[in-house]
Design a protein around this ligand. Structure first.
Ligand code: C2E
Ligand code: MG
Ligand code: MG
Length: 752
């Protein structure tokens, strides 16, 4: 008999004679416990292994219910098994009639717990076969009952194997499984395992919550419905479905991507094959919710973009001129540096320009008008060049244009000068700006930025010196002018330090009184035996600040040298020219009064001559200085009136006593027969404001007569006397007195 298969049992269990093991020996020596049970479950026979396993002798077991050998909970298994096998055997027996003993085997062993005599339980594996045989044929049958007489009866042969030794292995497996499942459940990833056939083999809870898949949907095993549920949530379901198909077509492939959900969530997806040994049995999908990280990342990206924008704006600001929107010095320097570092042979031209007399626009019309003018100039400059050319404002009224690869920079320079000829209307006032432009180009001996700029500056200075409102290209001889300018300033400093600034005096006659009533002190500098014109050295003195010392020196000398003449007649006065630079000094008024006092000259015999531009400084402090001086008795004359941007209307309210009409107006009188309403208006208006009027630069009798007819109060000019050194002053005064007397038709020429 063979357990588990259809066999024919020998009628003699002693087996055939010979050396081969006998049937009974085999049963007895079988390591598994063998029991033969009757249909009702009583034990018919056991082998030695069964005795050892359960701790009973075969005599004790015979005829007893087999269930005594099974632990609670496992006692009905055999009965069920028996009926199953019986049914199976009946159907088989019909097909195999000649089989004397048929058995049906339970192919799958059963796990049970056995019960030993001492009450201990043990794990065992049981396999059963149905057996129909002659019970008496079993010599080892436990005991002998009446039932034994029932020659061919149905029963079951049961093989029991103690599997306690497996418990340890199973525990390890269980632990590993529990570890795996705990790991799977505690991971933040949602995990899905799908078999090669496309069936869901497993998921963790996280997967279900992440995708919101209802448990009953999963339990329905309707994989298509589950897939539909998944796809519905995605922004691009088609793309995901495509990927799934592609992955199943390539079982070994691993892939990773990002899934965007309709509700704004973002999952990272990984997919890799599931292998058992080397066989791919399915695919593991894992999903990680990276929404928070994505949101943070987006925020960071946005912040970075904002930052980049801000830094671009800041950078733009750092390289822009705030007023005109043109490039600034920094940007110009960078561009010039790049241009000079560019390909050899590329033309690089620098056009440096400066508005002519811009200070007056600012001073007279105010800073707002000045700003408007600069903006307009910037706009016009841009229209004169190509979009790629750099136009920068270097500061104040200084602009620069950089041309790279220009074929005709002079044409551009001419265009720029012309562009400003069109008048500008600012706050209802029409202005005609003009500029002086210096052009310098890269050449063999001028290859660096500073040299180019220096040359453009020299050329611009030459353009100004040549009469402004023009452009000039740099020529090496222009350097001489620059050298001369520096030399002039250096020489002037030496002259001031060495007390070489002299003073000449020019008489001013009163038309009414016919006498010299005033003398204007004018600074003189004799350098290397030649007289340097104040028109040259006064601007240099103002630039260098030396004018403060020169002004004080002129005042001191004038007071000292003129004191005797002033003392003779209290109505006589000494006029000194005062530059705006001097008035910037807070103690100017005190200084003047102190000098006068130190020389013993009455402040009422002093006149300070200022030009109109000093009144248009924002700072009222200049006006305060002049008011303080007037309070002390010093009078204020407005010199060179009519030049610049001033107008009669602005005179009102200024701390001024006398208006000095500029010689350019006087020179308009040629024959004395012309109609010059402007002179008439000036004198009339000044008188109307309570000012006295002095005409400058009177050279001819016609001019003097014309002005006297207009009731001009005083006259000054070569007709009477040029400026004289102190030594020649007496002569000058006499000459002036004679001249005025002649004009008035007086018999006796005026005296000192
Ligand atoms: P200003 O104050 O208007 O002085 C009058 C200028 O006209 C003087 O020139 C004088 O020599 C010149 N002048 C006088 N009569 C005639 C004439 O009939 N025809 C012509 N063509 N010119 C005449 P100067 O001495 O060359 O002075 C030029 C300017 O330099 C002065 O103009 C004044 O603005 C400035 N200046 C001279 N000395 C001083 C000074 O000590 N301090 C300051 N701040 N400026 C001074
Ligand atoms: Mg003057
Ligand atoms: Mg003058």
């Amino acid at each position: 008999m063979q357990v588990g298969n259809r066999v024919t049992a020998p009628s003699n269990p002693e087996g055939a004679s010979g050396k081969a093991p006998q049937y009974g020996d085999l049963v007895e020596s079988c390591p598994d416990a063998l029991l033969v049970l009757a249909e009702d479950g009583t034990i018919r026979m056991v082998n030695a292994a069964a005795e050892r396993m359960f701790g009973y002798s075969r005599g004790e077991l015979a005829g007893l219910d087999h269930r005594m050998l099974l632990a609670e909970g496992f006692r009905n298994g055999f009965q069920r098994m028996f009926f199953t096998l019986r049914r199976e055997a009946d159907s088989t027996a019909a097909a195999d009639a000649e089989t004397a003993v048929a058995s049906a085997a339970a192919h799958v062993p059963m796990e049970v717990y056995g019960l030993r005599r001492d009450g201990t339980e043990f794990q065992a594996e049981v396999a059963c076969s149905l057996v129909v045989t002659d019970a008496a044929a079993y010599p080892g049958a436990a005991g002998g009952t009446d039932a034994d007489a029932d020659a061919r009866t149905a029963g079951m042969i049961v093989a029991i194997r103690d599997t306690s030794h497996r418990a340890e292995t199973d525990d390890g497996l269980r632990e590993a499984m529990s570890l795996l499942s705990a790991t799977l459940e505690s991971t933040a990833d949602g995990i899905l395992v799908v078999s090669n056939e496309g069936e869901i083999a497993g998921v963790n809870n996280r997967f279900l919550t992440m995708w919101g898949i209802p448990r009953d949907l999963l339990a329905s095993r309707d994989d298509e419905a589950v897939m539909g549920f998944v796809l519905d949530q995605l922004q691009d379901p088609a793309q995901f479905a495509e990927k799934v198909v592609a992955l199943y077509a390539d079982p070994l492939a691993e892939s990773h991507d990002v899934l965007e959900f309709r509700d704004g969530r973002t999952f990272e997806r990984y997919s890799r094959p599931q292998k058992v040994a080397d066989h791919v049995v399915g695919r593991v999908w894992s999903f990680r919710d990276v929404t928070a990280a994505k949101v943070a990342q987006d925020r960071i990206a946005r912040a970075m973009a904002d930052l980049a924008e801000q830094s671009a704006q800041l950078k733009a600001l750092a390289f822009r001129d705030g007023l005109t929107g043109l490039s600034n010095r920094q940007q110009f320097n960078d561009s010039l540096g790049s241009a000079l570092a560019g390909p050899c042979g590329t033309a690089v031209d620098v056009l440096l320009l400066d508005l002519d007399d811009f200070k007056e626009v600012n001073d007279i019309l105010g800073h707002h008008a000045g700003d408007q003018m600069l903006i307009e100039v910037g706009r016009r400059l841009r229209t004169c060049v190509r979009p790629s050319d750099v136009v920068a404002r270097l500061g104040g009224d200084e602009f620069v244009v950089l041309l790279v690869g220009s074929l005709d920079p002079e044409a551009v320079a001419a265009r720029i000068v012309d562009s400003l000829r069109v008048p500008v209307w600012i706050d209802g006032t029409m202005l005609r700006p003009s500029l002086s432009l210096g052009l310098a180009s890269i050449s063999e001996d001028a290859v660096d930025a500073s040299e180019l700029l220096r040359r453009a500056d020299v050329a611009m200075y030459a353009a100004k010196a040549a009469g402004k409102n023009r452009y000039m290209r740099f020529r090496p001889e222009m350097m001489k002018a620059l050298v001369d300018r520096n030399d002039l300033e250096a020489g002037l400093r030496l002259a001031v330090d060495n007390g070489q600034i002299a003073v000449h005096y020019q008489p001013i006659v009163s038309a009414d009184r016919g006498t010299v009533v005033k003398v204007e002190a004018l600074a003189r500098w004799v350098r290397d035996g030649a007289l340097v014109s104040p028109k040259d050295f006064i601007p240099a003195a103002e630039r260098s600040g030396l004018i403060v010392e020169i002004g004080t020196e002129v005042l001191l000398r004038g007071c000292t040298e003129l004191k005797p003449w002033l003392d003779e007649d209290a109505s006589r006065s000494l006029a000194v020219n005062v530059s705006g630079v001097q008035l910037q000094h807070g103690d100017f008024a005190e200084l003047v009064l102190a000098v006068a006092e130190s020389c013993g000259v009455d402040a009422r015999q002093l006149v300070v001559e200022v030009t109109e531009s000093v009144f248009f400084d924002d700072d009222c402090h200049v006006i305060r200085q002049l008011m303080n001086l007037r309070t002390a008795g010093v009078r204020v004359a407005l010199d060179d009136f009519g030049t610049g941007f001033s107008s009669l209307g602005r005179l009102q309210g200024l701390p001024v006593d006398t208006l000095k009409i500029d010689q350019s107006f006087v020179s308009m009188i040629r024959t004395g027969a012309e109609q010059l309403p402007i002179l008439n208006a000036m004198i009339g208006m000044a008188h109307g404001l309570g000012l006295t009027v002095t005409a400058e630069g009177v050279e001819t009798s016609a001019q003097a007569e014309y002005l006297m007819k207009l009731r001009c109060d005083s006259l000054q000019g070569f007709l009477f006397s040029g400026p004289q050194p102190e030594s020649g002053l007496q002569q000058g005064l006499e000459q002036a007195a004679r001249a005025i007397a002649a004009l008035r038709g007086d018999r006796v020429p005026g005296h000192r």
